[in-house]
Design a protein around this ligand. Structure first.
Ligand code: KIV
Ligand code: ZN
Length: 558
């Protein structure tokens, strides 16, 4: 921002609460969760959900485990009214789920809302009015505190009057001083107390006081101070459920909610993936999974997060960004080499130490716990290192490369990613590896190979091979203490050898066990200049895999 522009803005007044206790609190249990996807979320959509889409979303929220769901503004539109009626008449609300309806503090709207809930078992009836200085001044034309408080009181009285019109429905009352976050605290308290005086909540019959950060104006610590101040100053704290409702204007809705819980709140309103007005409501998925990552049970089940994301994206026509905590496409993916190395080590260690506490560098939770796989964890671009390539070849293609081969293969793969200027998929990495490192026979090619156990002394075998060298076929033979050494000596005899064999290893290709399984062998050769390179052989016989690996390494070293 240009400095001239800055003069328009002023510092947000902190709360004078010197003996605040929330900084020492630790979140150790889950709050009551209330989804406002179908109301705050829906009203922020360019194309609001249809009744059918709302029904699908409602079922999804029930499946996740929400016990309180704000279903809309039934007095605001026919769609909302019809939606409420269908939930009730089609018996779609489970016994243990309470639906919540929002309404402004206006008599005819409250009456229409009561009509919409006829026949429901239990409903949270939620009224709100705006209380902040800014709203009083700008929206309500310099309305006085008294006038604003009276709006709340009048609404509360109408609600109280109408409760007996739905005798078969248990009504839980909720009041929100909307724009609480920029309301003077003493005035927010005055409005809440005035409503409480009308509704007369008790320890047995609590009401909900929802304290919205309708707009997030400042840092989350101030929100926590505001919540702690309210909790301390309410005349009957035990008679109310203190509820948080944060928005994300400064990008700290999650932090504000977490600190608000530390400050004593009991309940949290929010949406899946933070859908909502402007920069969104609180993302409940993140707060709940943050709790899970500290071992806290939340009552919400996000173990199939990808299905949730799919239904959410389809019904809301919103897109979950790739970096969205937990749910984003890329959040469990490491491109950087050092991260890939560390993750591979962490995962390998877990295989050996199953049952131990989670401890994989760079991953706060196990992706499997929310229905994601390890497949996407390591992806290859030009920033990637050798460890990531080795991890992919192992986990996706069954090749367990010797450690000293990682740099050779890693360099080739990320040079290629650099050349192509893009990420290489796991399939592409496998293809390049097989093309360029496995059974390479460009200059020297093995056409036939036979062992002759009748020749040779004790512990030795003889081999006869037909090779093609620079286009010319040649028969060669040699003796050695095994098939590979016999072949090396055959190459020597034919004057082809300008190397020493410095390392060798082999294994059955993973995922291909049993008879006829495929073996992979790795041979490292060093030339007279001291250059060492690995080549790979794959064959159904482990011995032939080794011989082919010699040929591959020879071609690569040439
Ligand atoms: O953000 C807000 O203040 C609201 C209220 C209606 C609770 O959505
Ligand atoms: Zn809101």
């Amino acid at each position: 921002m240009k400095s001239e522009a800055l003069s328009k803005y002023e510092v947000f007044e902190p709360v004078d609460l010197k003996d605040r206790t929330w900084p020492d609190a630790v979140i150790s249990g889950a709050p009551i969760w209330c989804s406002v996807d179908l109301r705050d979320g829906n009203q922020a959509l360019p194309i609001p959900m249809s009744v059918e889409e709302k029904l699908e979303m409602f079922d999804l929220l029930v499946g996740v485990g929400f016990k309180e769901i704000e279903i809309g503004f039934p007095s605001a539109s026919e769609t909302e009214f019809e939606f409420m009626r269908r939930l009730i008449e089609e018996n779609r609300i489970p016994e243990d789920v309470t639906v919540q309806v929002l309404v402004q503090t206006r008599r005819h709207l409250i009456e229409r809302t009561f009509e919409s809930i006829q026949g429901a078992k239990r409903v949270i009836l939620h009224i709100y009015n705006s209380t902040s200085t800014l709203q009083r001044r700008v929206t309500f034309g310099d309305a006085s505190r008294e006038e604003i408080r009276e709006i709340a009181v009048e609404g509360a009285k109408v609600v109280k009057e109408l409760v007996p019109t739905v005798p078969e429905t248990e009504i839980v009352l909720q009041y929100s001083p909307e724009s609480f976050s920029d309301t003077e605290l003493d005035f927010a308290l005055e409005c809440c107390e005035a409503v409480m005086e009308v509704w007369e909540p008790s320890v047995e019959r609590k009401m909900i006081l929802n304290l919205p950060a309708t707009v997030e104006w400042t840092t989350p610590n101030v929100h926590a101070d505001q919540i702690e101040w309210m909790c301390r100053n309410l005349s009957c704290r035990e008679c109310v459920v203190v509820s948080l409702h944060t928005h994300n204007d400064r990008g700290t809705g999650v932090a504000a909610t977490e600190l608000g819980l530390m400050a004593g709140a009991d309940r949290v309103e929010g949406t899946l993936f933070g859908n909502g007005e402007r920069t969104g409501n609180l993302d409940i998925v993140t707060v709940a999974l943050n709790m899970n990552s500290h071992g806290i049970e939340t009552g919400l089940d996000f173990s199939d997060l990808m299905r949730l994301r799919e239904v959410y994206e389809r019904t809301t026509r919103m897109v979950v960004p790739e970096r969205q905590p937990y749910a984003g496409e890329l959040v469990f993916t490491a491109f950087s080499g050092s991260h890939q190395d560390a993750i591979k080590k962490g995962l390998d260690r877990r295989k050996k130490e199953s049952g131990k506490r989670w401890g994989v560098p760079y991953l706060t939770i196990d992706p499997l716990d929310i229905g994601r796989s390890y497949e996407a964890i390591v992806r290859i671009n030009s920033q990637s290192g050798k460890g990531g390539v080795a991890y992919l070849l192992d986990s996706e293609h069954g090749f367990d490369l010797p450690k000293t081969m990682h740099p050779q293969v890693g360099k080739r793969i990320y040079d290629l990613a650099d050349e192509r200027g893009r990420e290489l998929s796991a399939v592409e990495v496998g293809e390049v590896f097989r093309e360029e490192f496995v059974n390479v026979g460009e200059v020297l090619d093995l056409l036939e190979y036979e062992l002759d156990h009748s020749r040779g002394g004790r512990g030795e075998v003889a081999c006869e091979a037909l090779v093609r060298l620079e286009g010319e076929e040649r028969k060669i033979d040699g003796l050695g203490n095994g098939p590979i050494n016999a072949f090396v000596s055959a190459l020597d005899g034919a004057g082809v050898k300008d190397f020493v064999l410095t390392d060798y290893r082999s294994h059955a290709l993973k995922g291909e066990t049993g008879s006829g399984s495929t073996a992979a062998a790795y041979v490292q050769l060093q030339n007279h200049e001291g250059v060492s390179l690995w080549g790979v052989g794959v064959d159904s016989s482990i011995e032939m895999a080794g011989v082919k690996a010699v040929v591959s390494a020879w071609n690569l070293l040439r």
